[in-house]
Design a protein around this ligand. Structure first.
Ligand SMILES: [Zn+2]
Length: 53
């Protein structure tokens, strides 16, 4: 996998996890949002699955 420091990558999926109360949600720069998870590891798995697929 290559990682580049492109400030504006329109086709790039940059995922992050956001805590919402007791839950954790995966988010992406494309607007995608994963389901609320109780564990951050699960949210990260969602994010990784989205970024790959
Ligand atoms: Zn995305």
């Amino acid at each position: 996998m290559e990682q580049q420091d492109a400030p504006n990558g329109p086709q790039e999926h940059r995922t992050t996890t956001v805590e919402q109360g007791r839950f954790c949600v995966a988010r992406c720069t494309c607007g995608w949002r994963g389901p609320a998870r109780r564990a951050r590891s699960l949210a990260r798995s969602d994010a990784e699955g989205h970024a790959v697929g």
